[in-house]
Design a protein. Structure first.
Length: 307
C-alpha cells in the first residue's frame, strides 16, 4: 500500500498544472542562456548520455561522506570540508540538469521542478550547516547537515522517478535493433519519396524516416528521435541533416549521427537499395561494417540512388 501511495502522489504531481506558468518562464530563461557550444557539452552529447547524473555524484557523495564523519567524534573539521566541496560542485551539476530539464515534456518538467527545489533546499541547508561550523556551532552544523541530506534523498527519489519511470534522458531509439528483423524490407516505390521531403514508413512496427535527396541518394533512419521520441518525419531537412520538430536535435542523414543536442544518442541508420523501382531498407549493423560491407554515404547499400 505504501508503494502505491507514493506512486499516486508522484502521478498527481505529473498532472498538476499549477506550476506551469513558472515552468514556462524558467524554460525560457534557461534556453536564453548564452551557452553556445557549451550547451551540448552540458547535455552530454560528447559522452553519449546525459552529463547531469555523473556530475551529481560529487556533491551527493561529499555530503553523504560528511554525514558519516558527523557520526564520529572529533571529525567535524573534515566533515565541514566535505560540506564545502559539495556546495562548490552543486552549481555546475545544477546547470547541467537545468539545460536538460528545459527540453523535457510537460509532465517530466513538473516533476523536475520539484526535484530541483528539493536539491536547492539541500544547498541552502548545507550552506547554513557550513556557516554554523565556521562559527564554532558544531552541533547546529551537524543538524543542518542531516536535514540537508534528507532533502537530497527526496531530490534523489524524484530524480529516479524522472529517469526510470518517465524515461527522462533515456535513449528512445534503443529498442530499434532489437525489434527490426534481419534482411531487406520494402518501404515503397521510388516515386513515393519526393526529393528533399521526409517521409514516414513502418518496418516491423518501427517507424522509419526515408529521405530522397535532390541528387537521388536515399537515406533511412529510425523515425522517432532518440531524445524524447519526437517525429523526425515532421522535421526539416537541410544540409544533409534532419532537425527534430520538438526540441531541435539534429541528425546526419547518412549515418544518424547526432550533430546537435539535446539528443545524446544517434539515430539507428538503415542501408538502402533500389530493386526494380522499389526502395528497400535494412537495419545497419556494426558486424556488417566490420566485415567490410559498404556503409558510407553514396552509391551501394547505405544510400540507394534513384535516377
Amino acid at each position: 500500500m505504501r508503494q502505491n501511495r507514493m506512486l499516486w502522489l508522484l502521478e498527481r504531481l505529473e498532472r498538476a498544472p499549477r506550476a506551469d506558468p513558472a515552468i514556462d518562464a524558467l524554460r525560457s530563461a534557461v534556453r536564453s542562456l548564452p551557452l553556445g557550444r557549451g550547451r551540448d557539452v552540458l547535455h552530454g552529447r560528447w559522452l553519449g548520455h546525459p552529463l547531469h547524473p555523473l556530475m551529481v555524484q560529487v556533491p551527493v557523495g561529499s555530503w553523504l561522506s560528511a554525514a558519516v564523519l558527523d557520526t564520529l567524534p572529533g571529525r567535524s573539521r573534515e566533515a565541514g570540508l566535505l560540506v564545502g566541496v559539495g556546495l562548490a560542485t552543486a552549481a555546475p551539476a545544477a546547470l547541467a540538469g537545468a539545460v536538460d530539464w528545459a527540453e523535457l515534456h510537460r509532465e517530466q518538467a513538473r516533476v523536475g521542478l520539484v526535484h530541483a527545489m528539493a536539491n536547492w533546499a539541500a544547498v541552502g541547508l548545507y550552506a547554513t550547516s557550513l556557516t554554523c561550523r565556521l562559527k564554532g556551532r558544531t552541533g547546529a552544523g551537524r543538524t543542518y547537515g542531516f536535514l540537508g541530506l534528507t532533502a537530497v534523498g527526496i531530490g534523489g527519489l524524484l530524480g529516479g522517478h524522472l529517469a526510470y519511470r518517465q524515461a527522462s534522458g533515456a535513449n528512445h531509439a534503443e529498442e530499434v535493433p532489437h525489434v527490426v528483423r534481419e534482411g531487406w524490407h520494402r518501404v515503397g516505390a521510388v516515386a513515393e519519396f519526393p526529393a528533399g521531403q521526409p517521409v514516414r514508413r513502418v518496418v516491423d512496427d518501427v517507424p522509419v524516416l526515408v529521405v530522397r535527396e535532390p541528387g537521388g541518394v536515399i537515406h533511412a533512419l529510425a523515425e522517432r528521435c532518440s531524445h524524447l521520441a519526437g517525429p523526425l518525419s515532421e522535421g526539416t531537412v537541410a544540409d544533409g541533416c534532419v532537425r527534430c520538430p520538438w526540441h531541435g536535435s539534429v541528425f546526419r542523414l547518412s549515418d544518424g549521427w547526432n550533430v546537435r543536442g539535446p539528443a545524446t544518442a544517434p539515430q539507428p541508420a538503415f542501408d538502402t537499395r533500389i530493386v526494380e523501382g522499389d526502395v528497400e531498407v535494412r537495419l545497419r549493423r556494426a558486424d556488417r561494417e566490420a566485415d567490410g560491407e559498404w556503409s558510407g554515404s553514396g552509391a551501394g547499400l547505405a544510400s540507394g540512388y534513384a535516377g
